[in-house]
Ligand binder design. Structure first.
Ligand code: BGC
Length: 345
């Protein structure tokens, strides 16, 4: 009887058309976005969904037209990791007009009513981990210093970048105010320290300038880098003027993403730390949220106040980032299977 009813109402697996999830990703320039994408495709498949995944080579118009295509094809939900969080207002409103729910993935999409949910890591928390790492490594609570620090921020069009910076400064500012930390360049405004596109080469060029302008006599003791791509540019710049030797040790350098190149650098004594955000966990949580939405169930979120996109506070599922350095990379990244031992040889 139950079976017959299921069959008649087309609820059975064979009777129901498969739903398709559109996934719009920024680019393959960073390892993490490829992992995010692969995990999502895999997880959606396990849950019985088809996927249409597109990467946009960090080109905003490409991303917009990819999302427009998804709308035209009539996908059932769209998951978007935006390139420029301010540039998708119209296309997200178009999706809303077609009753296609949208989830912002990792990066918030601004000025859009049509964002239903947001899944990300605690972005302010990422900055706090970076700031705390600098405080602990330089033992700022026990040493008077002063120590020299330079500050870098992420892409200004990525809403996350300010959260990272504000999180880090929430820890570092008291030491700057007390004179224990000195920003010799004087560059602390977000607009001055931000790196367009999170581009490593741009970061390297800025570090070259900071070093030649402020550190011909003095040493830099710490560099706040928002992610691994930026950190790697900074490491190259420092090495090119002789940092990383016995008489000129590397400063403390932060990062984020646990990219293979940065984990190798941590092992070799270049970059000091990274912040690990398990992309598999984020992909899982997102897939679960989509599944809940499509089944009309309550969607798991744990934050109703932090992420205001200028038109609404977007209900968010926030995950916890983890600081990783030479002490714990084996346990957190290798033993967990996130990276293979052979990746970092
Ligand atoms: C992400 C970081 C990433 C950066 C550059 C940010 O929005 O949260 O994980 O390093 O973009 O792609």
């Amino acid at each position: 009887m139950v079976c017959a009813l299921l069959f008649l109402t087309a609820c059975g697996a064979s009777g129901e058309a498969e739903k398709t999830i559109g996934i719009a990703m920024p680019s393959k320039a960073l390892e993490r976005w490829e992992k995010d994408g692969d995990y999502m495709v895999e997880t959606f498949k396990e849950l019985g969904y088809q996927t249409d995944i597109q990467y946009a080579q960090d080109q905003v118009p490409t991303q917009v037209s990819q999302i427009e295509n998804m709308i035209t094809k009539g996908v059932d939900v769209i998951v978007i990791a935006s390139i420029d969080g301010e540039a998708l207002t119209d296309v997200v409103e178009k999706a809303k007009g077609q009753d296609i729910p949208v989830i912002a993935y990792d990066r918030l999409i601004m000025n859009a009513e049509g964002i239903d949910y947001y899944a990300t890591f605690d972005n302010f928390g990422v900055g706090v981990l970076q700031g705390n790492y600098i405080v602990d490594s330089l033992e700022l609570d026990h040493q008077a210093g002063p120590f020299n620090i330079e500050l870098f921020g992420g892409a200004p069009d990525d809403n996350n970048a300010r959260f990272f910076y504000n999180g880090a400064l929430s820890v570092l500012q008291p030491y700057i105010d007390a004179g224990t930390l000195i920003v010799k360049s004087g560059q602390t405004e977000f607009s001055r320290i931000a790196i367009q596109n999170w581009d490593g080469a741009t970061a390297q060029a800025r570090m070259d300038n900071l070093l030649s302008g402020n550190y011909t006599e003095d040493q830099v003791d710490a560099v706040l880098a928002p992610n691994d791509a930026v950190a790697m540019g900074i490491v190259s710049s420092l090495r090119s003027v002789g940092y990383g030797s016995n008489d000129r040790p590397m400063p403390v350098i932060t990062g984020q993403d646990a990219e293979t190149a940065s984990v190798k650098s941590i092992i070799e004594g270049g970059q000091s730390m990274t912040v690990f955000k398990d992309t598999q966990q984020l992909a899982d949580v997102t897939a679960q949220m989509v599944d809940q939405m499509l089944k009309g169930e309550e969607v798991t979120v744990n934050d109703h106040e932090t992420y205001d996109n200028n038109v609404k506070v977007v209900p968010t599922n926030l995950l916890i980032p983890i600081a990783v350095d030479i002490q714990n990379y084996q346990e957190i990244l290798i033993d967990s299977g996130y990276l293979a031992a052979s990746d970092i040889e």
